[in-house]
Design a protein around this ligand. Sequence first.
Ligand code: GAR
Length: 188
Amino acid sequence: MHSLIIFASGRGSNAQAIIDYFKKNGGAKVSLIVSNKADAGVLDIAKNEHIPFLIIDKHTINEALLVEQLIDSNPSLIILAGFLWKVPDAVLNAFPGRIINIHPALLPKYGGKGMYGHHVHEAVIAAKEKESGITIHYVNEHYDEGNIITQARCSITGTDTPDSLAYKIHKLEHYFFPRTIEFLLKQL
Ligand code: GAR
């Protein structure tokens, strides 16, 4: 059974989709959730699902201790699902090639620092793009620049708003993220 660790800062709908998928299909389980926000919705999910969680804080973080706690869960993959910090270097170095992120746009467009969640959808709509999508990629030391694993697309119509686009993007994410994780686990 593969162990997965999820890092998330927000509502956690992707975390929930991953938990649900592997509950139904087996082969992996989320063994730890890490958040940098004490009031993040993803922590309610952790509590409901009886998954251990850790809250990390910029001012008090002990990277070496965090790495030890992560190693304790023996993760096959570390999954960033709406995690808005840069991953600490010690974590990157401890899990080479094992950390993946989902981004709510077609990278390399609309990526980088400050480009997250709603900001991305607002920029895409403002630029009158005809399509957007999701990118699942490996994490390196630069925001949104690691090797791309897969992308999925959706079209944008003249009546789309940042909210309606966010809805389409979440649907793509909830479908493709668990299945991409499953695919990667099978290669390990
Ligand atoms: C997702 O759309 C994810 O792609 C995005 O945050 C959202 C989290 O939603 N991530 C980024 O923007 C990273 N740059 P969720 O909390 O409902 O899973």
